[in-house]
Design a binder for this molecule. Structure first.
Ligand SMILES: NC(=O)c1ccc[n+]([C@@H]2O[C@H](COP(=O)([O-])OP(=O)(O)OC[C@H]3O[C@@H](n4cnc5c(N)ncnc54)[C@H](O)[C@@H]3O)[C@@H](O)[C@H]2O)c1
Length: 437
């Protein structure tokens, strides 16, 4: 384990800015013709990301990084990928391996996404970044712009988008079998929020974990076992985006892509009053979008999360015939000619079924999201969830998260100026603050 002194590359000023600058155009090229990958966050979802990227014939894993050797299974990985060097600090890994790296995968808690991705992209690396892209809205805008300027290949980890079910659903909607869509309802039963008081206790930090590195640019919190790391951070304002950011990004994706949605005009939320610490455990967020060629002019878009989602009682749009039940998480598209129910990760069903009978079964197959990213680096494919697409998607999610800090108020959104126009106190919530670490 390389444990040399940690260098601080982050020039923090409290504002979005440059994390590490190399002359533009400087880009890694592997002498052996392989795509050399480095992996930041190798536990949790990072385990799957590492395995799937490493499976590709033309990949060589050269770097592994996790702030917790034990949760990140660094010893196991190091035995499997003998050509890889292991680190605890991604800044050291990117600096020391330098041109040996072509692409970086980032599977860390949300608050780390922006600083780690900027560090990698400023060094000319292609990036596979986990959802929901960023913790703050402004960061998503910045990543998309920067990746485009640098011509880098990017992919956000919404793997379902590449699979058959979501591709078919998009195809049917865009073929117009439901007619124009007037309403979309999206929901998840999950409760990635925390309605309690801030934690007062303190636990001993495990020997395998560097807590300062885990906190990264986020404000300092004392370590408390099992309430931040692993996984639980998504419930808390300083580190995650609640259920909306966690599951919403997967579930919003099909309506966004199918209906060509972008830039909400307004957003409003119904949830408990903010407590400055945790996301609310139950939320309703409603969005107003500019109509598109796939929607009616009065199109509405509603999200619910928590144990009472979907809030469907007495809503005829959400009552299904034949005793059919709504999925625990997913989407319903309501169109002029019928409805499509799209359970999260499953095939769509139609009411009435006859709406798809008129259309020949399309020749659509799923593709592997990771392979697509690697093939795109080699110029053989294009990513479906590159930052050009996932940036605006993440912006809408992040705006919904901000609305949950102002329940009952409609936030009017000027996407071009990146500003809430009627509630100035909402605007600081769009930006990150970056602690030096
Ligand atoms: N696409 C999907 O289906 C899916 C599913 C689950 C999680 N995710 C995403 O994956 C990311 C991680 O979520 P998780 O549930 O695996 O969380 P987790 O807390 O279980 O795992 C995060 C891993 O990253 C490590 N880590 C934390 N900070 C780090 C840093 N600065 N540098 C290096 N390593 C660091 C942790 O030690 C841990 O091993 C999140 O963005 C989450 O939204 C995606």
């Amino acid at each position: 384990m390389n444990n040399t002194s940690r260098r601080n590359f982050i020039k923090t000023s409290g504002a979005i800015g440059s994390f590490f600058i190399l002359p533009s155009g400087l880009r890694a090229k592997s002498p052996n013709g392989k795509i050399c990958t480095a992996h930041i966050g190798t536990g949790g979802k990072g385990r799957i990301d590492t395995v799937y990227l490493a499976k590709h014939d033309n990949v060589e894993v050269v770097g592994l990084c996790d702030v917790d050797y034990s949760h990140g299974k660094i010893d196991t990985w190091s035995k499997q990928f003998t050509s890889a060097t292991a680190y605890q600090d991604y800044r050291e890994m990117l600096a020391e391996l330098g041109d040996k790296i072509d692409a970086v995968s980032i599977s860390t808690p949300d608050h780390t996404h922006y600083p780690a991705t900027m560090d990698a992209m400023e060094r000319g690396k292609h990036v596979y970044l986990q959802k929901p892209l960023t913790h703050k809205l402004e960061e998503a805008r910045h990543l998309a712009k920067f990746a485009k300027e640098k011509g880098l290949t990017t992919q956000m980890g919404i793997q379902n988008q590449s699979r058959e079910a979501y591709r078919l659903a998009r195809h049917y909607v865009q073929e117009g079998i439901l007619g124009k869509i007037s309403k979309v309802y999206v929901w998840s039963f999950k409760t990635w929020g925390y309605d309690g008081e801030p934690f007062k206790e303190k636990s001993a930090i495990p020997d395998t974990l560097d807590w300062n590195l885990w906190l990264g640019t986020a404000p300092v919190h004392d370590y408390v076992s099992k309430v931040y790391h692993p996984g639980q951070w998504r419930k808390l304002l300083d580190f995650g985006c609640g259920t909306l950011g966690d599951m919403g990004i997967h579930i919003f994706d099909t309506p966004f892509k199918a209906l060509d949605l972008k830039d909400p005009k307004w957003v409003e939320a119904d949830c408990r009053a903010p407590n400055g610490f945790g996301h609310a455990e139950k939320n309703m967020v409603r969005y107003g979008f500019k109509p598109t060629k796939y929607t009616t002019d009065d199109f509405t878009f509603t999200w619910w999360d928590g144990t009472d989602a979907p809030r469907h009682k007495n809503n005829p749009d959400l009552m299904l015939p034949n005793g059919d039940e709504l999925p625990k998480q997913g989407a319903v598209f309501v169109g002029e000619n019928g409805r499509m129910v799209l359970p999260h990760c499953s095939m769509p069903t139609f009411y009435p079924e006859s709406v798809i009978e008129k259309l020949p079964k399309p020749d659509i197959e799923g593709v592997d999201h990771y392979t697509q990213f690697l093939d795109a680096i080699e110029g053989k494919d294009q990513t479906l969830a590159g930052f050009d697409y996932s940036g605006p998607l993440a912006e809408s999610l992040c705006l919904g998260v901000v609305a949950c800090q102002f329940p009952g108020k409609r936030l009017k959104w000027n996407a071009k100026k990146m500003k809430v126009t009627n509630l100035p106190e909402a605007n600081p919530h769009l930006k990150g603050k970056y602690r030096k670490f």
